[in-house]
Design a protein around this ligand. Structure first.
Ligand code: NG6
Ligand code: CA
Length: 527
C-alpha cells in the first residue's frame, strides 16, 4: 500500500483533530474560572494613620478611599513584625519569623531565608490551580548559602517557594544592587559589564556618599552613605551592570506595568498576584506626577503614588471585567517612620498628619505603632462593603485562610502559626484571634491577648538608636496595657494587675519556648 491509499484516513483524522482543538479553545475561553483571583497589594512602611480610611488627615487618597468604601476595613489587624523581613516571612510561610534564626532586616546579598521545602502561601494557592506571581519588593534573600550569583542564574528565590512568575526588587530601594530581577535573572544585564556587590567593603570605583557627597541629590541622615546610584547613596557597595540600573522615579510605573502584564496574561486562570510596592519606603523619590503634590514633602508624595498604584490596578481589573471575580487585599508590612535615613523633609513637613494614628511607636517598635497596620479586604460580591471589623487578625493567617478559600483542605503541619480566619476576613466572625505575638527590631517582646497587651522587660534603648526618634517601647520592667481603654499604651497597669501580668508573661514565654528567640541579628554597624 502507498501513502495515497491512506490519504482519506489521514484527512479524516486531521479533521477530527482540528475540530477537537477548536472545541478546547472555545471551552477554554468561555469557561468561567470558579475560584476567585487574589490580588494582594502590600505597601511598605505605611502606617495605620497614614490614610483616611483609618482617620488619617492631611492627604487625599481617593483610590484607597474608594477601595475602602467597597471593602471591609479591619481596625485590629497586625503584621507579625515591626520591620519588613519578619513580616514578609510570616506572610508567605504562615509562621512567626522569630522561629527562624537570621530573619531580622535582611542584607541585600542575603541568601534565601525561606526553606524551599516548606509550605508557603503561593505554593498552597499553586496547588489549588492558581497562577502565582510576585511583583515588587522581596527582601527575603536570594540564592543558596553563598548568596545570589548576580551575573548568572539567581536561584533559589521566589520561583522555588511557589511563585510561577517573579519580577522583584531583590531587597529594598535603599540597598544595592539597584536592579530588577525577573524570574532567575537581572533584567537588562550586559555580561560585558558584570555586576559586583559587596556588603563588607567597597567594591569597584563608583563614587560613594561618604567620599563624594557633592554628587548627591538626596543626602543621607543615617548610614546610606555607600555606593551612589542615580544621585542617591545606598546601603552596600556595587559596581557594574550600568544598563540594568532602575530609575527611582519610575519604579511605581514599572511595577504597575509588570502587574498589568501578569493579570492580562492570566486572566482566564485563577491567579494570585502579590504586588509588593516600593512605596512608601526610603529613598522616597516620587514620579514627576506626584512631586510636590501632597504638601507633606516626598513622604506624602509617595503616599499619593501608592494611591495611584491602587487606582491603576483597580481600573485594570474593571476594564478586564475581573472585579466580580477578584479579591483585593491592601495592607502594609510594618508601621510608619518619618526620617528613615535620608533628609527628605518627612519630619519637617509632616504638619498635623499622624502616621501611626492613635498609636504609640512606629516602625521597629514593640508598641502598637510597630505592627498594627491597615488591612482592607474587598470581596467580589460586595460582602461587608463599607463596614468596619474590630476582629483581631494577623497577616500570618492569610496562608490558612486563603488556602481554605482556594479549596485546599489539608495544609502541611510545618505551618504552625497561621490560623484559618476566613470567616473573619469575610466579616462573619467578629472576634478573630485570641492572641498574637509582636516582633520588634530586637525580637518578639510583645504579646496581645484580647484587649490586653504585655511587653516583656527589655534593656534596649527607649528610642530607636539610629535617628528616627521612634519610641521602642523597651523598658527594664514589665508593661501591661488595656488596649480597649488605652490604645495609646500610656498607662502601665502591671503593678495594678500583677496576676494578669504574670499570666501573660507565662503565656508569652511558653509560646517562645523551643524557638529561636535570642535578640535578632540586627546589623548594628550600619546604624
Ligand atoms: C535600616 C535602614 C532603613 C531601612 C530599614 C529596613 C539605616 C540607617 N536604616 O537598617 O533605612 O532600610 O533598615 O526597612 O540604614 S524595612 O522596611 O525593609 O524593614
Ligand atoms: Ca517595611
Amino acid at each position: 500500500m502507498t501513502l495515497k491509499n491512506y490519504l482519506p484516513l489521514i484527512l479524516f483524522l486531521l479533521t477530527i483533530l482540528a475540530i477537537s482543538c477548536k472545541n478546547t479553545e472555545i471551552h477554554k475561553s468561555t469557561e468561567k474560572p470558579n475560584k476567585p483571583n487574589i490580588v494582594l497589594i502590600y505597601a511598605d512602611d505605611l502606617g495605620y494613620g497614614d490614610i483616611s480610611p483609618y482617620g488619617g488627615i492631611g492627604l487625599q487618597t481617593p483610590n484607597l478611599d474608594s477601595l475602602a468604601s467597597q471593602s471591609i476595613v479591619f481596625r485590629n489587624a497586625y503584621a507579625t513584625g515591626a520591620t519588613c523581613t519578619p513580616s514578609r516571612y510570616s506572610l508567605l510561610t504562615g509562621n512567626y519569623a522569630w522561629r527562624k534564626k537570621g530573619t531580622g532586616v535582611a542584607k541585600g546579598d542575603e541568601s534565601l531565608l525561606i526553606d524551599t521545602m516548606s509550605t508557603t502561601l503561593p505554593s498552597t494557592l499553586k496547588s489549588a490551580g492558581y497562577e502565582t506571581g510576585i511583583v515588587g519588593k522581596w527582601h527575603l534573600g536570594l540564592g543558596g548559602s553563598g548568596g545570589p550569583d548576580w551575573n548568572g542564574k539567581i536561584t533559589p528565590g521566589p520561583l522555588e517557594i511557589g511563585f510561577d512568575y517573579s519580577y522583584i526588587i531583590p531587597a529594598t530601594g535603599d540597598r544595592v544592587p539597584c536592579v530588577f530581577v525577573e524570574n532567575h535573572h537581572i533584567v537588562n544585564l550586559d555580561l560585558n559589564d558584570p555586576i559586583k556587590v559587596d556588603y563588607k567593603e567597597k567594591i569597584g570605583d563608583w563614587p560613594t556618599g561618604k567620599e563624594n557627597p557633592e554628587l548627591l541629590k538626596m543626602k543621607p541622615s543615617q548610614g546610606h552613605d555607600n555606593t551612589i546610584v542615580n544621585g542617591i547613596s545606598r546601603i552596600g557597595w556595587m559596581t557594574g551592570g550600568s544598563n540594568a540600573l532602575w530609575d527611582d522615579e519610575t519604579i511605581a510605573q514599572q511595577l504597575v506595568k509588570k502587574s498589568t502584564d501578569f493579570i492580562e496574561l492570566n486572566k482566564n486562570e485563577p491567579f494570585f498576584l502579590y504586588l509588593s510596592t516600593h512605596d512608601i519606603h526610603v529613598p522616597r523619590v516620587p514620579n514627576k506626577m506626584f512631586q510636590g503634590k501632597s504638601g507633606l514633602g516626598p513622604r506624602g508624595d509617595v503616599i499619593l503614588q501608592l494611591d495611584w498604584t491602587v487606582g491603576e490596578i483597580m481600573s485594570l481589573l474593571r476594564q478586564q471585567q475581573l472585579l466580580d471575580n477578584t479579591i483585593v487585599i491592601f495592607s502594609s508590612d510594618n508601621g510608619p517612620v518619618l526620617d528613615d535615613g535620608y533628609y527628605d523633609q518627612a519630619r519637617e513637613l509632616n504638619g498635623a498628619h499622624k502616621p501611626a494614628g492613635e498609636f504609640r511607636g512606629g516602625k521597629y517598635s514593640s508598641l502598637e505603632g510597630g505592627s498594627r497596620i491597615p488591612l482592607i479586604v474587598r470581596w467580589p460580591d460586595g460582602k461587608g462593603k463599607g463596614t468596619i471589623s474590630n476582629a483581631m487578625v494577623s497577616q500570618v493567617d492569610f496562608l490558612k485562610s486563603f488556602g481554605r478559600l482556594a479549596g485546599v483542605d489539608k495544609i502541611e503541619n510545618d505551618v504552625i502559626d497561621s490560623q484559618d480566619l476566613l470567616d473573619v476576613l469575610l466579616g462573619n466572625d467578629k472576634v478573630g484571634r485570641n492572641s498574637l505575638v509582636q516582633e520588634s527590631f530586637e525580637g518578639p517582646l510583645s504579646y496581645v491577648e484580647g484587649t490586653w497587651k504585655y511587653i516583656a522587660p527589655h534593656n534596649g534603648p527607649e528610642l530607636v538608636p539610629w535617628g528616627p526618634k521612634i519610641e521602642t517601647g523597651f523598658l527594664p520592667k514589665p508593661q501591661l496595657y488595656n488596649l480597649k481603654e488605652d490604645s495609646g499604651e500610656s498607662n502601665n497597669l502591671s503593678d495594678k494587675f500583677p496576676e494578669k501580668k504574670e499570666d501573660m508573661a507565662k503565656k508569652l514565654a511558653s509560646i517562645l519556648k523551643n524557638s529561636f528567640t535570642n535578640k535578632l541579628e540586627v546589623n548594628v554597624e550600619q546604624y
